[in-house]
Ligand binder design. Structure first.
Ligand code: SAH
Length: 203
């Protein structure tokens, strides 16, 4: 039976070494974000509105990459709140987390879950189009996009502090995409991933 310890073990086996990230994964009950039966499988799962909660390994990887920078990471932006799980992991590690979701149902569910039931004081959620970013709170020390874009959104880059990282899957939906890190205008490929598409507008 998969449990949190077997999950942590497989994350370590896959190369996640950041102990603070592993502690955050241990601290956040994934069963509150999805079907509890499968919550400690290292896999992505369907949530409402045809969307997915990311695979724990990918959450841990993207979080580790976001934090692995020379500047203090105090304020981050996530595009694609979905279930709210990635936002909760970030909130364990970073003083202030902003997250945007374009599907109203998911936004409302995440609001109830994260801000109501779980009472996170350091997460702010926005119902809107993440392509626009959230300029009011910019610049961010890091930006994480949890849906696949065909190109790097320049609007998001403009909201990033120098030396901060943008972590984003780039490529067509339906295929695998390439997870990329953009720092100071320089882009680096990390690995192949599979995300739902980043879409424009709200729903
Ligand atoms: N981080 C999420 C993963 C959600 S899947 C989690 O931990 O559960 C990707 C999410 O991105 C979906 O909920 C989808 O609706 C949302 N999304 C897609 N395009 C978007 C956009 N332009 N702005 C904001 N959210 C978007």
């Amino acid at each position: 039976m998969a449990n949190i310890e077997t999950l942590i073990h497989s994350l370590q086996a896959e190369g996640i070494e950041n102990t603070a990230v592993l502690e955050a994964m241990r601290a956040v009950p994934r069963e509150r974000f999805m079907d509890p039966k499968y919550a400690y499988e290292n896999a992505a799962f369907a949530i409402e509105s045809g969307q997915t909660i990311s695979q724990p390994y990918i959450v841990a990887l993207m979080t580790s990459l976001l934090l692995d920078v020379s500047i203090p990471v105090k304020k981050v932006l996530e595009v694609g709140t979905g279930s709210g799980y990635q936002a909760a992991i970030l909130a364990q590690l970073v003083p202030q987390v902003y997250s945007i979701e374009r599907i109203e149902l998911l936004y409302n569910q995440a609001r109830i879950r994260l801000l109501g039931e779980m009472n996170y004081q350091n997460i702010e959620l926005l119902y809107g189009d993440g392509y626009e970013g959230w300029p009011e709170h910019a610049p961010y020390d890091g930006i994480i996009v949890t849906a696949a874009a065909e190109e790097i959104p320049q609007t998001l880059l403009k909201q990033l502090r120098p030396s901060g990282r943008l972590i984003i899957p780039i490529g067509r939906a339906g295929n695998t995409q390439t997870l990329k890190i953009v720092t100071n205008g320089h882009t680096e490929d990390v690995s192949f991933v599979a995300f739902v598409p980043l879409r424009t507008g709200i729903n």
